[in-house]
Every structure is written in C-alpha cells, then in structure tokens.
Design a protein around this ligand. Structure first.
Ligand code: FAD
Length: 386
C-alpha cells in the first residue's frame, strides 16, 4: 500500500476538508468523475455522491458512492500541480470541470431587473429584483456572484443555444487552466484575484411569486451592507430602479444539520440576509442561540421583529470587525450546550471561532458550518467560494 506525506497543519487540513464537503460537492464530483474516466470503464464512472476523506501532500482520498454498487469506494486522486494545498485542490477542480466541457461558473449568467430600492438600516440597501428565469424557493444562504456592472436595457432571454459555451470562452478557460498550472502560488492568487476583481457575492434574502399563478418564484430581495467607498458599496449606492444587473454564477447553502439538537447561529451585517432566511425556515423544535454582530448599533434593527428570531436566545454585539472573534468567543464560552452551528462573518475571526468549536467543544465538521464571508486582512471579499 502507498504511503503519502501527511499535512502538518491539521486545523488547516480539516478546514479544507469541511469546506469542500460542505460547499463544493459539485466540484468534488467533477474531480472524482474525471479521475475515474481515466482509469475505469464508463459504467463505473456513474457517481451518486463523493466526499473527501483525507488530504496528503501528494493528493486526496475521496469516498465515492457509485450508482452501480451499494457500498462506497475509496479512490486516491493525485495532485497535478505543486503549491499551496488550496491551490492544488482548486486547480484539480477547475481542470476536471474544463475536461468535462462544462463552465467554471456552473449555471452561467443570469439577469435581474431592479424594481425597487430602499434603505432598510442606515447602511443596508435592499434591492427588490425580478427575474425571467426561476429563483430558488429554498433561498436561505443562496448567493449570487454579481458583476459590478449595470445595464440599461434587458438583454434577450437566454436560449439553450446561447447558453452553450462560445469557442472564445472555451479557449479562455483552457488558457486560464494552463496558466494556473505553471504560475507560482503567489501569482496564481493574483490571477484569481484579478479574474474576480469586479465580482461580489450577495445573498438572495427571500424569493416569491409576483402573481399567484406564475410558474416559479420570480421576485426577490438582495440586501447589501454598504461600508465606505468600496467597489461593492459604490455599485449598490448608484443602482436605480429599472437598471439590469447580472450574476456570473450562484451557489446554494445547505442546513439539514440544523434540524436537530441545540443550534448556535452567528451573523455579522453581511450574513444577516442568510441568517434571516434560515430563521424563516426554522424546523428544529429547540430555539437557537443567536449572536448578531455589527460595527454600528444602527444595523441591529434589521432583526427587530421578534417573530423573525424564532424565539431564540439573542445576544447582540457591537464592535469593530477586528474584535469579532474575541467578542463572539466571550459569549460562546458561556453557552454550555451547543450541538450544531451555522455562522458567517469576517474570515480571520471565523477561523478562530471555527477552531474553538472544533477543538474545545468537539463539534465535528458536518455540524460546524462557520464560514468566512469577507476578508479584513487581504482587503478583498472571499469570492473564491463560487
Ligand atoms: C456566500 C456569501 C454571501 C454573502 N452575502 C452578502 C450579502 O447578502 N450582503 C452583503 O452585504 N455582503 C454579503 N457577502 C459579503 C460580501 O461579498 C463582502 O463583504 C465583499 O467583500 C464586499 O465587497 P466590497 O466591494 O464592499 O469590499 P471589498 O472590495 O471586498 O473590500 C474593500 C475593503 O472593505 C473591507 N470590507 C469588505 N467587507 C466588509 C464588511 N462587511 N465590513 C467592513 N469592511 C469590509 C475590506 O476588508 C477592504 O478593506 C457575502 C459573502 C459570501 C462569501
């Protein structure tokens, strides 16, 4: 049996395993399918599900559930590039998706018309949007990667033909992949950052049907926390009714782990829309512990409605972003019972809280969804998620 080099930083390794298993099952399936297509007959590449078991310097152990066999099979997928652990996995996912002739960005572009715009707190702008294509009915945490552009006229509706990849896009994808392969880790980060320079993630706060007889949910809210002269804030502030905006890709968030046990929910201003959605769909008979963080007290009225808070035990924190971890941990340490967690706030603080919950409260990855929604240190949002 082959032996592989273990990863020294166990917390970093578990962060990556949990992140991929929680939020990147599509990409993981692509990696597993692409690997099996090179080594097995076609009927053995029919995969129902896949999850990461372990990561080594040389590659990943993936557990795959084939449609043809009842039991799971373990496969080892070797990395194709040198570099940081996250780069290796990212490259593997991108290359597998391209190899299968699919788009990086999942479903591709989507257009929305702004039909209303309001300020719902001092700094949170609410856009009411309308879409000619279907919005998800389960909206909690569903995020769109918006291009920071505004169009004045509605584009023609997408047809199956227009959704096919244009040759130039295919070429771009291939060049991008080969560049990723040969660049140093630092330059790879730069390339990814510049590819995502004008893209920001915002959550679908809610969706509904405009008219009772409409076939699908076609209207919704997007709530944007504006903070100074940043690109996302300027874009949100300058938008007007009737403008058309577009997203490049989208991703759902899953919460089955919250349906049982004592839950803890934590959100800063950027995650209020996701947490409000989760609370609207609350099924667990136990009310959650809820921590609501903001830099300024003005934003806290987003959660004024008592019904919205599922009768949970509410803790409010007002602090500068760099103090989020210290303030959150001071509260979390007082809560004796925590079984399951959903949380999203600043990246370094999220890392500290996630590690505390994992290492001191023994909450395993499948129950510990503590996410980074933005990054104080690198001066950029965490667009790598889509
Ligand atoms: C899955 C997901 C869903 C999200 N949903 C929402 C949402 O519904 N609403 C929403 O408002 N945001 C949401 N975000 C967060 C949003 O994408 C980031 O805050 C993004 O960085 C904002 O872009 P920007 O152009 O304003 O700032 P950037 O250009 O990314 O950064 C410029 C400067 O602003 C700072 N900065 C960035 N965000 C904040 C912040 N929140 N508070 C203080 N300083 C900040 C940075 O550190 C940097 O110094 C979501 C993020 C993810 C990953």
């Amino acid at each position: 049996m082959d032996t592989y080099t273990p990863i020294q930083d166990i917390d970093q390794k578990i962060d990556i395993i949990d992140h991929v298993n929680q939020d990147h099952t599509e990409e993981l399936l692509a990696i597993a399918k692409s690997h099996l297509s090179q080594t097995k007959s076609p009927h053995e590449t029919n995969i129902r599900s896949a999850s990461v078991l372990d990561i080594f310097q040389e590659g990943i152990d993936i557990s795959v559930h084939l449609k043809t066999t009842p039991q799971n099979t373990k496969i080892f997928v070797p990395f194709e590039i040198e570099g940081e652990l996250e780069d290796k996995i990212l490259y593997q996912a991108y290359a597998s998706i391209i190899q299968q002739g699919r788009d990086f960005s999942g479903v591709g572009k989507r257009f929305f018309k702004i039909i209303d715009k309001q300020k719902i707190t001092t700094n949170i702008v609410r856009l009411t949007i309308e879409s000619t294509t279907e919005l998800p009915t389960y909206y909690p945490g569903y995020a769109y990667a918006f291009l920071l552009k505004t169009l004045k006229k509605r584009p023609l509706p997408a047809t199956p033909e227009s959704n096919k990849k244009h040759w130039s896009k295919k070429l771009f994808d291939r060049v991008f992949i080969s560049l990723m392969k040969y660049l140093s880790s630092k330059n790879r980060q730069k390339l990814l950052q510049s590819a995502n320079k004008d893209v920001r993630l915002y959550t679908l706060r809610k969706s509904w049907k405009k008219n009772k007889n409409d076939r699908f949910h076609n209207q919704g809210y997007i709530d944007i926390f504006t903070h100074g002269e940043t690109l996302g804030s300027q874009w949100a502030n300058e938008l007007n009714t009737d403008d058309i905006i577009m997203s490049r890709s989208e991703a759902k968030d899953k919460h089955p782990h919250l349906s049982n046990g004592q839950a803890l929910l934590i959100a800063d201003e950027t995650a209020y829309p996701a947490m409000a959605g989760i609370l609207e769909h609350w099924q667990n008979p136990l009310p959650p512990h809820i921590i609501i963080i903001s830099e300024s007290e003005d934003e806290q009225c987003y959660f004024e409605d008592k019904d919205q808070l599922a009768a949970g035990q509410i803790h409010r924190i007002i602090c500068p972003p760099e103090n989020q971890a210290t303030e959150i941990l001071a509260i979390v340490k007082q809560i004796t019972d925590i079984d399951v967690v959903w949380a999203a706030f600043e990246s370094e603080s999220a890392k500290a809280v996630r590690h505390y919950l994992r290492n001191h409260r023994k909450i395993a990855g499948k129950n510990n969804h503590t996410k980074a929604y933005w990054n104080l240190k690198s001066k950029r949002g965490t667009v790598e998620d889509l």
